[in-house]
Design a protein. Structure first.
Lengths: 348, 111
């Protein structure tokens, strides 16, 4: 499967996506605007609570082409963060007390400077999270990475959209489940997911379809039971993440005739407590070219930080960024529905 | 066929039954919401029971609603289909067990 951009698909254009989630039909046009929902609860303009997580999208290249991917990542994407831009990130991190560095992609492991960068960040004493698709670690070029990450104390947060093969493969491609189980066992063998080692292995659930995630606590229990009973696999935590209506997931919603219902569901499930805890309030997202965004989703919609905050990592200014106004649109409802959603799972 | 008795969008109008008889509708929906709260059985378990019962009573609205609810409670396709088989087994069994009544009557009427 090719990425939307390689297909020259209309939904590869951020403006088209924004237009669809605001104006696709009369019913969608009538839906409450996210900005107004925030106004109703006194949360507009949305302001940061202080940057704690420095999330870097090191490139859109990936060995997989998942049906729901909000990045539209895939083997045909060539956008990769350069060493120069990674150095700007290191410079920003050296001069701040931000403790967590979250590496995402694409498959972040595919950035040619990945090992160098992890080593450098590790020397700064920061916590490093790598968002892995698991299957990349089942390739010859990257098979030594689990040990490398263990040696650097990297926390691995990996995608596993369900504990069953049927649903996992439906979203991520045939054979993904079996490869994922194989890599999880390798990670367990070197100590990942075991309390006594301190090597954290977290799984990410996201719905394989047009519905909201289950209770995180209840599902964690199911995953623990099923993965242990079926495969002898252990892990630390499970994060439930809601799919936001952009990019390939938006394409699925449009093609399956679920867009109106899904937008309506997100809006009727708006939870003010979740809005208080959205991740953009304590996160900054750095794009592959060094541009700054409020989150990885805004990055994909090319909605850069604004209102006086710097727009590029080389102009890093923590004080200005901590006082910025966060850019919102209708996709933001995905993070405020039900128990809320963030890169760290439910927020309430 | 463009006109059908069952329209998916009508499910969202369920609450409108209160327009003709508010007090009874309010009582029903209060009761309904209380039934599905976490209690001696979890809300999760109740959603799967509801899915099975929806098939037993063959209510298209309930099947749509509790299929989605079951997915959102974290059930797998296999678990959901097994619940439907429970409904089917009880329905089938309910017919077949009446065969005993038929046999009793045959005994009485025949030599």
């Amino acid at each position: 499967m090719k990425s939307l951009i390689a297909q020259s698909h209309s939904l590869s254009d951020p403006q088209t996506q924004i237009d669809i989630i605001n104006n696709q039909s009369d019913k969608i046009k009538r839906l409450d605007k996210f900005e107004n929902k925030l106004k109703d609860i006194g949360l507009f303009p949305l302001k940061p609570t202080g940057i704690e997580i420095f999330q870097i999208n090191v490139g859109y290249m990936c060995n997989m082409t998942c049906k729901h991917c909000h990045v539209d990542a895939g083997p045909d994407r060539k956008e990769i963060m350069t060493k120069e831009t990674l150095q700007y990130c290191l410079d920003a991190l050296k001069n701040s007390d931000i403790q967590t560095v979250d590496l995402t992609g694409g498959a972040p492991e595919m950035n040619p400077h990945f090992r160098w960068f992890v080593d450098e960040v590790s020397q700064l004493g920061k916590e490093i999270i790598v968002r892995s698709n698991l299957t990349i670690l089942d390739t010859r070029k990257f098979e030594d990475l689990p040990q490398f990450m263990a040696d650097h104390g990297v926390e691995i947060t990996c995608s596993l959209p369900f504990y069953s093969k049927r649903r996992t493969d439906a979203q991520r491609g045939e054979g993904t489940y079996d490869k994922s189980m194989k890599v999880l066992k390798i990670l367990n063998d070197i100590g990942y997911g075991k309390e006594e080692t301190g090597l954290k292995l977290n799984l990410v659930y996201n719905p394989v379809g047009a519905f909201l995630p289950p209770s995180q606590d209840s599902l964690r229990k199911d995953y623990k039971e099923r993965l242990w009973n079926d495969h002898g696999i252990v892990f630390n935590d499970l994060f439930t993440i809601t799919n936001l209506p952009i990019s390939r997931y938006l394409n699925f919603l449009v093609m399956s005739g679920n867009l109106e219902e899904y937008m309506e569901k997100l809006i009727t499930s708006f939870n003010p407590s979740a809005a208080m805890g959205v991740m953009c309030r304590n996160t900054i997202s750095v794009g592959w070219d060094g541009s700054l965004y409020d989150c990885d989703f805004n990055q994909m919609l090319e909605m850069k930080t604004n209102h006086g905050a710097p727009g590029h990592i080389k102009n890093w200014d923590l004080e200005k960024l901590n006082n910025r106004e966060i850019i919102v649109n209708q996709h933001c409802y995905g993070c405020t529905a039900g128990a809320g959603s963030s890169c760290g799972g439910a927020v309430t | 066929m463009s006109n059908t008795y069952y329209k998916p969008e009508d499910l969202k109008k369920f609450g409108n039954v209160g327009e003709f008889q508010k007090d009874l509708a309010d009582k029903f929906f209060d009761y309904y919401n209380a039934v599905f709260e976490d209690s001696a059985l979890s809300a999760k378990e109740k959603s799967l029971i509801a899915l099975a019962v929806a098939h037993a009573v063959q209510c298209p609205y309930c099947i749509d609603a509790y299929t989605e609810a079951s997915l959102e409670k974290g059930f797998s396709e296999e678990q959901m289909m097994e619940a439907v088989h429970v409904a089917s087994a009880i329905r089938g069994g309910a017919s077949l067990v009446h065969g005993v009544q038929m046999m009793n009557k045959v005994d009485k009427l025949t030599m």
